[in-house]
Write a protein of this length. Structure first.
Length: 429
């Protein structure tokens, strides 16, 4: 039986090209060294799921896969992103004002009531850690796709301790980054290896309480981004954490052990078993609850695009250390990206441009000063003339803002509002 198992596993996981070594098959509790479980490198962009209860080895699996991808020249990303919240607030505040009503209809008919809701949501976002999370310089997604001089793919692990207790903000912004990759990368077709592997940890936080309006573009992005050469991997506790329309697109599955301590756990276990192919060698419910740390039930897409049989796998351990690096600050400052991202900046932004354009001209500001009692009275001005002058000033202000919104910077900001607001604020407005 062990020979049959080894032959079946070797045949199912055979590959002609480069591949990641996931581990060795386990049969009747013993590791079968001839049963090699491999993931073809060219199938990494078919996306995947790494799941399992806390403490079962998910992070080590992620680490080992990231190491091998790096050795194969594939960059890896496993963290967060930045963007500008003050520009967004400035534009929303302007659109909600009397001066901005004329321009509100020019960006898709957005109602003033909706702008008010967005402003209130933005306040909640700032209070929830947004001020620490967003800022300049904005992260350039192309900086995530670098290789070292020796050809290894660079693994980007960005850390923001200020928002580590704001997991919803953290995970939602990661989804924004994925959308940025999809928008900016060209079509690549079938490649021998992906351009980037994107690991989305704590994936359940993204999908909790998510509306259909939010899930639809997420599912579309995941479905289409593989043609850009990007593989997306969700890390969570059970497959139930991922909506079915997205789970169905994850061709590579590494399922660590599940624990059934409660009725809810037992229900989750049965649901997970139903998502795996049938196996001639295992009872899946027994397997998923009986695996040890560092072991997983694996099924992937073969080079022909066919799901492989489930194999109980002793995962290949990572070679690097999992822990704080020595002298992190010095290593960070030695990075070629330190000059670009090492110092937070506050360049002239849309917020400042809008404030300047809405400010009255110097001459009008002087005329608006109250007249001193002992000074000679100013010549009486006809009400019609005053009304005409005020109307002209308002028209000039509106024209200035309209000019800005029609400029390159203004159009870019409008684009950020439409994409950023409705992407980051995932709850139904």
């Amino acid at each position: 039986m062990a020979d049959d198992f080894a032959q079946a596993t070797t045949t199912a996981y055979a590959t002609d090209g480069a591949a990641l070594d996931l581990g060795r098959g386990v049969h009747d509790g013993a590791v079968v060294t001839a049963a090699t479980v491999k993931l073809p490198l060219r199938m990494v962009n078919r996306h995947g799921l790494i799941a399992g209860a806390t403490g079962t080895g998910k992070t080590k699996t992620l680490q080992g896969i990231a190491e091998q991808l790096s050795s194969a020249g594939v960059p890896v990303f496993v963290a967060d992103v930045k963007g500008d919240l003050s520009d967004l607030r400035a534009l929303l505040s302007f659109l909600a004002s009397a001066e901005g009503k004329a321009d509100l209809t020019g960006i898709g008919g957005l109602s003033s009531a909706t702008v008010g809701v967005l402003l209130r949501s933005l306040t909640g976002l700032e209070d929830g850690g947004g001020n620490e999370f967003f800022g300049e310089p904005m992260l350039d997604v192309h900086d995530l796709m670098r290789t070292a001089q020796d050809g290894r793919g660079i693994i980007s692990c960005l850390e923001l301790p200020a928002v580590q207790d704001k997991p919803t903000l953290f995970s939602t912004a990661l989804m924004w980054l994925l959308a940025q990759l999809f928008e900016e990368l060209p079509e690549a077709g079938d490649l021998d290896k992906p351009k980037l592997a994107f690991f989305f940890d704590e994936a359940h936080l993204l999908f909790e309480d998510a509306t259909k309006a939010f899930l639809t573009p997420v599912a579309q992005t995941v479905r289409l981004i593989r043609s850009k050469g990007v593989g997306v991997y969700f890390i969570t506790q059970t497959p139930r954490d991922v909506p079915s329309e997205i789970l169905g697109q994850l061709g590579n599955r590494v399922q660590h052990a599940l624990r059934a301590f409660t009725p809810e756990d037992a229900k989750a276990l049965k649901a997970t078993v139903s998502t795996f192919p049938k196996s001639a060698f295992y009872d899946m419910e027994t397997l998923l609850t009986g695996m040890g740390i560092g072991e997983a039930a694996v099924t992937i897409l073969s080079e022909t695009g066919v799901p492989t049989p489930v194999v109980h796998t002793r995962m290949t351990p990572p070679a690097s250390r999992m822990g704080p690096a020595d002298d992190v600050e010095a290593k960070a400052k030695a990075s070629p990206l330190w000059a670009k991202y090492g110092t937070r900046v506050d360049n002239q932004s849309a917020r400042e441009i809008l404030a300047a354009r809405m400010a009255p001209p110097a001459g009008e500001a002087e005329e608006a000063q109250p007249v001193q009692p002992k000074q000679a009275a100013a010549p009486h001005r006809q009400p019609a003339a005053e009304h005409k002058e005020a109307a002209g000033a308002m028209a000039g202000g509106v024209a200035a803002v309209t000019s800005f919104l029609n400029s390159r910077e203004g159009k870019q900001l409008q684009k950020q509002v439409v994409r950023g607001v409705f992407g980051l604020l995932k709850k139904k407005l």
